[in-house]
Design a protein around this ligand. Sequence first.
Ligand SMILES: [Zn+2]
Length: 539
Amino acid sequence: MRINSVKAPPPRFRLSHTAKLSTAMAFVLGGIAWTTLNTDAQPTGPAPKVVLASMPVTTFFFDDAVDALAAHFTKDTANATKPDTLSAASSDETTTPLQSDSAFTSGTPQGLDLPGLTIEDLDPLVEEPDSTTTVTVSPLVDHPSLAAVRNNADAPEGSLRTVVAVAPGNTLSGILNVHGVAIDQMPKLLTDELVKENLSSLAIGQELEITQTADGEFHDLRTRVGDDKRITIRRSDDGFAVASIDLPVEKERVVTSGTIEQSLYLAAAKANLKQSTIMELADIFQWELDFAKDIRKGDQFSLVYDRLYRDGSYIGDGDILAAEFIRGGKTHRAIRFTTDDGVTGYYSADGQSKRRTFMRHPVDVVRITSKFNPNRLHPILHQIRAHRGVDYGSPYGSPIYATADGKISLAGKNGAYGNTVILQHGQKFSTLYAHMSKIADKSIAGKRVKQGDVIGYVGKTGRVTGTHLHYEFRVNGKQIDPLKVELPAAQPIDAKYLPELKAVSDEMTAQMRSVLSDIDQQVASVTNVISSDLTPTSE
Ligand SMILES: [Zn+2]
């Protein structure tokens, strides 16, 4: 994706009451549509659930803060994962015909009016914030506009809509018969190729949305098959029309900002950023900000990224498009940019690459248990023995990544180092990874690796007291501290892209600025929706 090709309207600086109200209405209507309006004693699907953000217990620890952080996260998670439920309400909204029939003919919803709805600040759904912080949680709920797409587009006047959850023993013909399909019509339907392929065996719990006309005749049926397909059956003049609809991933661009109260991870979690997004953020700034040491209360971050939806349901976060970190008054900014030859990177507005020739850390789970120290008392030998590397207390079996492109000069047992891989990066630099539980199959001496390749797995082979990765960084064969080494940036962007990059940077920065100025005056975390992009993505 070329980020400069995404057209976004100007950012919304304030949330108006109208926007909030229409958002709330969309939720209510969406909720109603998912709830049966049939008063018969038919089996019905569960009421719609609005699930608050659920952060897995973090695995991203630093130094001494481990226990406090873990404890806090456990508490947070317990509070944040309580699902909430919208209650059903009576309304004739679902029987109002909408103009579009596109849901039956195309996988891409067209012509939807998508105002800059925000999903922030829906009072009934928001948990009380933690007493030590002033953070507003934006629940990750279904995209209100997209949710409307799922609703029946052309139900006739007075029709009845039922959501049937498939129970053990149910068959398609049995369910259809109860909902207005005569037995003699069944063979024609059941021999349809799409029906045979997709509905011959129903999953327990699978939801079938069935609409009947006012006189009880079957009108249509809709159901999800797998993650990315919807099957619809409609009554037609000469029997039934069956369609298979691909459900594309849809994007909604949002800006999220937060202020650090205790740690980046807590603040980001409060802003409903997924853990993978938080790690991506830390990754982007890994060479200019040490998230283990440098982050202080009051520091601020903002990022522009995509939330991804399928069939109106939130399924995850896309890439970070721009990020800003204000630390001690100094602003660090990164803009995602893809060149014409398809290479994507993060750059400052003047085209300097955020990437270094080496990654800072060789593991995902950054918990440093022993630093580079020429005067360390050795834990086993009990004598002063220099520690010429950095130890990462990652879980047993965690992948270990090559921190730069290079050539494997050693892969095998290596005395006190245990299972070890050594990479040579050009003439001057080499890196060593020790105590592996297992060396990756592809790690063979003489072979080349790319930065980020998995070369082995964390273990406790060799002379160790417990599971960890011992990582060394060597310049001309001499170990130096990998956490302090200064390395040159990767190539800056080609000068011909600079005007484009600058334009993207200006736009994104304005969006992040507007959200940050909000939180300066109000709360510690704000999310604004900037635009929704309903075109299918290639991701
Ligand atoms: Zn070590």
